[in-house]
Design a protein around this ligand. Structure first.
Ligand SMILES: *Cc1c(COP(=O)(O)O)cnc(C)c1O
Ligand code: SF4
Length: 357
């Protein structure tokens, strides 16, 4: 067994373990985890400094999860876009392939909390998904997802990557994972040597709070980047965890410094059991407003809502950046609240046939 597997094995996964560790009411915790499993591995446990802090809230079960009367089990209607059980094919040229239901920790805010940590995905079902992708030439980009693909053993993961690489119409393979930030020991040199045989491979990593960027995490990301894998980040805005401009700014700057390019900042999905963690959309817009022009453009993620019911991701920008637009000019407000006019090309004005107001 590898070291990371030993660490994972020592995770808190039972109601009595969690309630004893954090001095909580056992009956309540047990009720929550009957519905939504818990896993707090010892590495992530050690990041918690006190009860209720931003790391604690991400992984310690909360009675409020059972009181949500707003959320829905499958908020993005992934099942509606699922031609076979392990594939979500919503956009024409790309698809998600679910390869496991296990994760390094079980995030209380997870969009897929309806199944993570529960029944495993049979290998046959993953194979069926790969066959679907093979049969659909329009798919150029496959995103391994789950659960967390990097929780698979090297051999299991390689089998999937090898089968995918044998499909001629696939351009890129992506992996969506929380492992580099939640169990960095799993990012071994051996794993990286294996992964680099399947380029072009991209990895997008879930990070929530700047305290997750430890020396071990920086070293894990370095190993991946040194294997030539471009790294991106995905962050969900969460109430009482990271919902303020300073926290997000620090997170994005620290990510860029460890060679992870901020990709998406997500408005929380309407997932059942997560209503107590959901922020307002204005909160996200304020954060983006606060970043624009003030930190490296490379450190600014796209703020998106993944629309309920399967509408897909849509980027949002603070509406006050663009004040007006017509055939002659665009009027904008910059990051210092100064107003600028940008004239349209002259030819377009002539051919537009009328004068705009
Ligand atoms: C997020 C997502 C993707 C990937 O979207 P990108 O914007 O290309 O990163 C693909 N399929 C589904 C179903 C998704 O939810
Ligand atoms: S690691 Fe990802 S899939 Fe797993 S519980 Fe966390 S958010 Fe959900």
């Amino acid at each position: 067994m590898e070291r990371w597997q030993h660490i994972l094995k020592k995770s808190l996964i039972k109601g009595d373990q969690v309630s004893a560790e954090f001095d909580l009411e056992q009956e309540k915790i047990s009720k929550v985890i009957e519905e939504y499993p818990v896993r707090i591995n010892p590495y992530f446990r050690a990041l918690i400094r006190e009860k209720g802090d931003p790391i604690y809230r991400q992984v310690v079960p909360d009675g409020q999860e059972l009181l949500d009367d707003v959320g829905i089990d499958d908020p993005l209607n992934e099942e509606g876009d699922s031609p076979v059980p392990s594939v979500v094919h919503r956009y024409e040229d790309r698809a998600l392939l679910m390869v496991t239901h296990q994760c390094p920790v079980y995030c209380r805010f997870c969009t897929r909390k309806r199944f993570v940590g529960k029944a495993p995905i049979p290998r046959e079902v993953v194979r069926q998904g790969i066959e679907y992708i093979r049969a659909h030439q329009e798919i150029r980009d496959v995103i391994l997802s789950g659960g967390d693909p990097l929780i698979l053993k090297d051999r299991e993961l390689e089998e999937i990557l090898k089968s995918l690489r044998a499909i001629p119409h696939l351009d890129i393979i992506r992996i969506g994972t929380r492992v580099p930030g939640a169990l960095p020991q799993r990012i071994t040199q051996r794993l990286c040597r294996m992964l680099k045989r399947y380029h072009p491979l991209y990895i997008n990593i879930n990070f929530i709070h700047p305290r997750e960027i430890t020396e071990e995490v920086a070293a894990a990301c370095s190993r991946l980047a040194d294997a030539g894998i471009p790294l991106g980040s995905q962050t969900v805005l969460l109430k009482g965890i990271n919902d303020d401009p300073e926290t997000i700014k620090e997170l994005m700057q620290r990510l860029l410094a460890i060679r992870v390019k901020p990709y998406y900042l997500y408005q929380a999905d309407l997932t059942r059991g997560t209503e107590h963690l959901r922020t307002s959309v204005e909160c996200g817009l304020d954060i983006i407003r606060g970043l624009q022009g003030r930190i490296s453009g490379m450190a600014i993620p796209k703020f998106v809502i993944d629309l309920p019911g399967g509408g897909g991701k849509i980027p949002l920008l603070p509406p006050d950046f663009v004040i007006g637009m017509n055939e002659r000019e665009v009027i904008v407000k910059n990051y210092e609240d100064k107003i600028y006019r940008y004239p349209q090309p002259k030819e377009d004005r002539v051919f537009s046939g009328h004068q705009g107001g």
